[in-house]
Design a protein around this ligand. Structure first.
Ligand SMILES: Nc1ncnc2c1ncn2[C@@H]1O[C@H](COP(=O)(O)OP(=O)(O)O)[C@@H](O)[C@H]1O
Ligand SMILES: [Mg+2]
Length: 271
């Protein structure tokens, strides 16, 4: 399992915050219980309305729905960037409402990786430095931050762009840097809000392939998209309609993969 593969050198640095799943509980990495988010106004906006869902370790989930259906609000609440009006959010079985501000900041920086449509990179910093910033709040020393950043950039296919700065990179390369920054701390979950929204279709396909590969490698990933084709390629799709979960569909993704990758372990005889 992914957890057993964690780099011992990184753990040896003493991460400032870590919430391993409690023994005996399921491997649920994220759970929402009756989560609502209302914005005041006339009339008030029910951006989320009693959303209950969970995501298990190793899942690749698409959140789909029309513009304004509550997808970004949902992701911001899962990512603890925003608090619900009511209901509970649990990350690795920890109810986030019970954490102090410092505890919450620690959980967010060490257990959650973010990828946004607009990349949000530091324009004046190299790719390595952009990715290494993802580790600053975890108490990882500078030398190790840089070597882990390099490793993450190699993982996303940018081993040849380490010293490039974002203005010299294509959109697809910038999004790969952002993905490397999201995964460098080995988070429990990666949250991507319209990660291909600014990219052409071919570049988008490359980014989705990368996210799928990282998922096969053990990362738990939630991708928001309003692209039906992209959504259809994901193994689980949660549909939001007016702030409510109107569908939660687990099925074989519509992509061409080797059969051995699709069959469960008990069919392959490797369990
Ligand atoms: N800060 C805010 N204040 C008021 N209304 C908001 C705010 N953020 C989002 N909304 C409203 O909440 C609803 C859901 O928005 P959002 O989560 O951004 O949807 P999506 O990402 O699916 O397009 C929309 O009606 C939007 O206008
Ligand atoms: Mg949105």
């Amino acid at each position: 399992m992914r957890r057993a593969n964690r780099r011992s050198s990184a753990d040896g640095e003493g991460r400032a915050f870590s919430t391993p799943p409690r023994p005996g509980l399921s491997n649920t990495v994220m759970e929402l219980r009756g989560v609502s988010k209302h914005y005041p106004g006339t009339p008030p906006v029910r951006a989320l309305d009693e959303v209950t869902m969970s995501v298990a370790e190793g899942e690749l989930v698409g959140i789909v729905g029309a513009s304004g259906s509550g997808k970004s609000t949902l992701l911001n609440i899962i990512g603890t960037l925003d608090r619900p009006t009511s209901g509970q959010v649990l990350i690795e079985q920890t109810p986030v409402a019970e954490l102090s501000d410092a505890g919450l900041a620690g959980l967010r920086s060490s257990r959650i990786g973010f990828v946004f449509q607009q990349f949000h990179l530091l324009e004046a910093a190299t790719a390595v430095d952009n990715v290494a910033t993802g580790l600053v709040y975890q108490g990882v020393r500078k030398g190790l931050r840089r070597s882990l950043a390099k490793e993450a950039l190699e993982k996303v296919g940018l081993g040849h762009r380490l010293q490039h700065k974002p203005p010299k990179m294509s959109g697809g390369e910038r999004q790969r840097v952002a993905i490397a920054r999201a995964i460098v701390g080995d988070p429990a979950i990666v949250l991507a809000d319209e990660p291909t929204g600014n990219l052409d279709s071919q570049t988008s396909a490359g980014i989705i392939d990368l996210l799928r590969r990282l998922n096969q490698d053990g990362s738990t990933i939630i991708i928001i998209t309003h692209d039906p084709g992209l959504a259809a390629s994901l193994p689980r799709r949660v549909t939001l309609t007016d702030g409510r979960v109107s569908d939660d569909n687990v099925s074989a993704p519509v992509v061409d993969e080797p059969a051995s990758d699709k069959s469960p372990a008990w069919i392959r005889g490797t369990s």
